[in-house]
Structure formats: C-alpha cells, structure tokens
Design a protein around this ligand. Structure first.
Ligand SMILES: Nc1ncnc2c1ncn2[C@@H]1O[C@H](COP(=O)(O)OP(=O)(O)O)[C@@H](O)[C@H]1O
Ligand SMILES: [Mg+2]
Length: 227
C-alpha cells in the first residue's frame, strides 16, 4: 500500500512541480499517464524516496519515505527508462550480484542467487556477456531482473518500454503485469496503461483523473486534443 498525504514537490526556486496530492494505492497494478513534463516521474520517484516531498508525506506500508528512507528503498524497487542508467557492471551477472550484496554476503551463494535471478527471465545464457552486447530488450529485462533479484514488495517502473520495439514492449509489459508484487508503471504506451487495475492521469503537476484505465485514457486523449 502506497499513500500520498498532501504530498507536494517544489523546485529549488520555489516553483511547483507537484501540487499537493492525497491518494492511497492498494491495487496490484497501477499505471500513470500524462504529457511530457506533467510530473509523472516526480510522482513515481516519491514512492521510493528518490524525490522527497517538500510538503506532506508519502508512506509505503506505513514506512515514511523520508524518515525510513533506507527501509523504503529496500521495499520499493525502481526501474529507470534507460537500462544503462542502472547497469553499471561489466557483465550481466555482476550487475545482479551487485544488487544482491546485502542479501548474500557469501560470494558463492551470491553468484548462485544471481544466476537463478537471471534464469527466471531467460537470461542465464547471458550471464558472462557484456551488458553492452545485449539488445535493448535484453538490457531492459536485465535491469528489471536486477531490481527484482532482491524481491522488493513493490516495483516502480518509469517508462519501461519507451526504448523498446513492439515485440519487447509486449514481452516487458506481460512480465510487469504478471508479477506477484504491486507494480506502478509510468508509461506513454496506452495499451500497457489500459491493462492496469487503476490509472492516474497527471497534468501540469496535478493528478487530474484517478480511476478506471479506459476512462483515464479517454480523459487523457480528450485533454491532449484540446491542448
Ligand atoms: N529537480 C527539479 N528542479 C526543477 N524542475 C524540475 C525538477 N524535477 C522536475 N522538474 C520539472 O518538473 C516538471 C515535471 O517533471 P517530471 O516529473 O520529470 O515530468 P514527466 O515525467 O511527466 O515528464 C517538468 O517541467 C520538469 O522540468
Ligand atoms: Mg518522466
């Protein structure tokens, strides 16, 4: 469960990035849609404390994202649009091992756990492969595998399919929507957004619609058409 309690975000110069928002997300799959620069990433980043509210608060399963930041980040995995922002080790398995350093202090156990995390996504054959030698879809899959290796309770993904072709978009979408944990997906892919249980539409720093995905998409289309 994710709760925004009058949470707002201001820029350093005092400009409002996100107006106060209060809502509680309990649905398994939540999508966030809206125009470029509307505040979607800010909203998503609040969930794991990557962005801290300048007013109000955000809690994840009763944990405050500011005062319990470390615990929140263990509970909430975050996947960036661009896997290269996240994949920093030379090989695929080393990236997963890095993410597992806290869970497994023993290097042999860590390697075994990393291999099984790769296998879960069909990437075990790429363990020793340079991250740069993977396709865009494989890199995104690896970024997700790396984050999921620690078994976070919630997964937040910011435009996970933006850099992907149709086939990989479908693959990653199916994977995210099929996960057992709560998933929050920021996306411009309306087909993917529509497969959520609940959709938030963000416009100029405000959540202007919150409800059923089909109705949310209709709202977004109408406001884009009149802009
Ligand atoms: N740290 C910041 N300082 C100043 N402006 C910011 C900062 N972060 C985001 N913004 C601005 O706030 C708005 C919303 O940004 P963002 O949440 O990244 O939007 P989206 O993900 O919907 O494209 C944009 O106009 C962006 O330029
Ligand atoms: Mg964004």
């Amino acid at each position: 469960m994710i709760s925004f309690n009058q949470a707002a975000v201001a820029a350093h110069d005092g400009a409002t990035i996100l107006h106060p928002v209060s809502l509680t997300l309990t649905e398994q799959r939540v999508s966030i849609i809206g125009a470029n620069g509307s505040g979607k990433s800010t909203l998503a980043r609040l969930i794991n404390g990557l962005v801290e509210p300048s007013a109000g608060s955000v809690t994840v399963r009763e944990l405050d994202t500011v005062t319990d930041g470390a615990a929140v980040r263990r509970a909430v995995g975050f996947v960036f649009t661009d896997p290269s922002a996240q994949l920093i080790m030379p090989t695929a398995i080393e990236d997963v091992e890095l993410s597992l350093r806290r869970e497994h202090r023993d290097s042999g156990e860590r390697r075994a756990a990393a291999l099984s995390a790769l296998a879960r996504f069909g990437l075990d054959g790429f363990a020793e492969r340079s991250v740069h030698a993977l396709s865009g879809g494989q890199q995104q899959l690896l970024a997700i595998a790396t984050v999921l290796a620690t078994d976070p309770q919630i997964l937040v993904t910011d435009e996970p399919t933006t850099l992907l072709d149709l086939r990989n978009t479908r693959l990653i979408g199916d994977l995210l929507l099929g996960l057992p944990q709560q998933v929050v997906i920021v996306t411009h892919n309306l087909e993917l957004a529509e497969r959520a249980d609940r959709t938030l539409v963000v416009e100029q720093g405000r959540v202007v619609f919150d409800g059923a995905p089909a109705a949310a998409i209709a709202h977004y289309r109408a406001s884009a058409a009149s802009a």
